[in-house]
Write a protein that binds this ligand. Structure first.
Ligand SMILES: C[S@@+](CC[C@H](N)C(=O)[O-])C[C@H]1O[C@@H](n2cnc3c(N)ncnc32)[C@H](O)[C@@H]1O
Length: 236
């Protein structure tokens, strides 16, 4: 079951072994945008998408794990409309408040836990996502569902952490992967039905470690296309 702007009958999925990611993000929602590092990641990922993907003002975009909409709202001027999908009602409530305040007509929210709820099929020209996949127990299944949500010829642009030593999250609740090896995430994307799959650098997050020394965590952008006969999604 899921909730959107028109319904309130959503029920949460069962809590997985790694802890409940929805509870984690419900708890963090009100303060999410106050962290400048998160805003910077979303801005860099939006810039990387604009660099690598030819955006159009008539595109229907799905932002998977949209949270408070940092990526959705960054891309909005370059696309037609964004459907912001997230399992956390509290994260989406922050986005909905921004949408109301700015009177945006082309942002729709959809509360949906992709581990258990179906996504609309063949409905989008582009799926984007930032920093979500490492919170998903089974990324292969979710990539398959995201590809099925694309219209023929559609593409994906998904950003996440490169493989790290496990120090990125101080709270392990709802964390299922310490980032990803790029070769492995490309393999999963191809197995999900994408072609012309590429990974490129998108951002570097620098934070002090437990001894106060700066620690760097790199973020990749994976792009791919759901049309074996079409041209590559990426520029150049
Ligand atoms: C690290 S946050 C990133 C939010 C946003 N993309 C950003 O960059 O600010 C991860 C988001 O993924 C959502 N999420 C985690 N598991 C999910 C699932 N199974 N289905 C849908 N959304 C999920 C969380 O609720 C959270 O909003």
């Amino acid at each position: 079951m899921r909730r959107n702007s028109d319904s309130s009958d959503w029920k949460p999925a069962a809590i997985p072994a790694g802890g409940d990611p929805v509870a984690r993000f419900d708890r963090l929602a009100a303060e999410w945008d106050a962290n400048p590092g998160r805003v910077a990641v979303a801005r860099s990922v939006a810039d990387a998408i604009r660099r690598d993907v030819p955006l159009r003002r008539d595109m229907d975009v799905l932002d998977f794990g949209a949270g408070t909409g940092l990526l959705s709202l960054s891309l909005l001027p370059d696309v037609g409309q964004v459907t912001a999908v997230d399992a956390s009602g509290e994260m989406l409530a922050v986005l909905e408040a921004k949408v109301r305040t700015a009177k945006l007509a082309n942002v729709r929210t959809l509360q949906c836990d992709v581990r258990s709820d179906p996504l609309p099929r063949a409905a989008f020209d582009l799926v984007v996502s930032s920093m979500v996949l490492h919170h998903i127990p089974d990324p292969a299944a979710v990539l398959t569902a995201l590809v099925a949500s694309l219209r023929p010829g559609g593409g994906v642009a998904i950003a996440d952490l490169d493989h790290e030593d496990g120090s990125f999250h101080t709270d392990p609740q709802g964390v299922f992967h310490h980032g990803f090896e790029r070769s492995e995430i490309r393999r999963l994307a191809e197995a999900a039905g994408l072609t012309n799959v590429c990974t490129r650098d998108a951002h570097v997050i620098t934070r002090p470690d437990s001894e106060g020394k700066p620690q760097a965590y790199s973020v990749f952008l994976l792009t791919g296309r759901h049309d074996p006969s079409g041209p590559p999604l990426t520029r150049g």
